[in-house]
Design a protein around this ligand. Structure first.
Ligand code: BGC
Length: 360
């Protein structure tokens, strides 16, 4: 175990487990001066624990995950993980760049999902604790070799997690490549602000600064149509309970079994205000998400079925978590009309998303 502390709090590290090939996985524990604790693994950049205060100041873990490494080494629904090279879906696992067609791993029916069979969520990243007076910083770096999961270019990705004393965790992404490529990076934490992992998040409130979303087909691939949220179960422009319309008789809800859609942030949105916020009325916990990304996949864990063992006991039931995955549009490499996800050599991709906790 090693320890470093500063005005921003402390970072300790300890061995979390061993991968099948013998490599050791380290868990970094960031604790700010307020008492917020975030555990992050160098494996997948996974956030395994994140405590946040309720109205009475009680800090409780509010993210889904596992207590040991083993279930993370098996297939799991990307609990807490960094997702890349391409978060979300690419139709039929194919795209064309500069007249060359690329074939990706297909791991979601006929389609590519979240980076393929061995995406960023399953990689051991190089971790480095950074000295910074204002926040606790953990930098993770991974070099994805040319051709990995079918993607072109050696892609070097850096993710900087920073925890500050205003109970904000920011995630800054940086990537460079030596050949033209595409990428879409996100953080796949499942929040349950109640701190009770045996319950569903349908009692949480949600607000999204978005007036439209991408229509999807039965495989959750964008059709190309953009649907205005007005008058639909997807209208979260004003704060509304997630459960209110989650089972509404709407074709898009039926396809996804709830919310599993990409809402669009138009150029007109106010980036100084949260792009998304989730609130749990009972505990008072409020989570505000700020981002420079053009969209957000909101996923209400409709595929959880009470089979995975929950931290603290029992299992994770249907809809036990809420994912707020800031990102580019799914299938953008096949949709020239969508904002581009292309990265060229000589350029640096950057993006930043911050998660701020408070009480209301
Ligand atoms: C996707 C879901 C998927 C989940 C876990 C989400 O980002 O939108 O469709 O089931 O990740 O893999």
């Amino acid at each position: 175990m090693s320890q470093a502390s500063s005005a921003a709090g402390s970072i300790t590290s300890s061995v979390f487990g061993t991968m099948e090939d013998g490599r050791q996985v380290t868990r970094y524990t960031l604790v700010n001066t307020q008492g917020m604790a975030v555990d992050i693994l160098d494996y997948g950049g996974i956030i395994t624990r994140w405590t946040a205060p309720d109205r009475e100041g009680n800090y409780q873990d509010v993210v889904l995950g596992f207590e040991t490494l083993e279930p993370y080494l098996e297939r799991h629904p990307y609990f807490g993980a960094l997702v890349g090279r391409y978060a979300n879906r690419i139709a039929l696992g194919k795209f064309t760049l500069d007249d060359k067609e690329y074939t990706l791993a297909t791991n979601n029916g006929p389609n590519h999902l979240h980076g393929g069979d061995y995406g960023f969520d399953r990689k051991l990243w190089k971790a480095e604790v950074k000295a910074n007076p204002d926040s606790l910083q953990l930098q993770l770096e991974y070099l994805s070799p040319d051709g990995e999961e079918g993607f072109p270019g050696n892609l070097r990705t850096r993710v900087l997690y920073s925890l500050s004393n205003d109970n904000t965790l920011s995630v800054e992404y940086q990537a460079t490549t030596d050949r033209p490529t595409v990428l879409n990076l996100t953080q796949h934490t499942y929040f349950n602000l109640s701190g009770n992992f045996n319950t569903s998040i349908t009692d949480h409130n949600l607000q999204l600064q978005a007036e439209s979303l991408l229509e999807v087909d039965a495989d959750l691939i964008p059709t190309g149509n953009i649907l205005p949220v007005e008058g639909t179960p997807f209208d979260f422009r004003e704060v509304r309970e997630i459960g209110a319309d989650i089972d509404a008789d709407h074709p898009q809800i039926k396809l996804a079994g709830g919310y599993d859609h990409c809402w669009i942030f138009t150029d007109g949105i106010n980036r100084d205000k949260p792009a998304a916020q989730a609130y749990h009325p009972l505990s008072g916990r409020l989570l505000e998400v700020f981002t420079d990304q053009p969209a957000i996949q909101v996923y209400t864990a409709n595929f959880l079925q009470g089979k995975l063992r929950a931290k603290g006991g029992g299992t994770y039931p249907y809809r036990a978590g809420l994912c707020l995955e800031t990102q580019h549009y799914p299938d953008a490499p096949n949709r020239p009309e969508f904002p581009s996800t292309r990265l060229d050599p000589g350029l640096v991709f950057t993006s930043k998303t911050s998660f701020r906790f408070s009480v209301k």
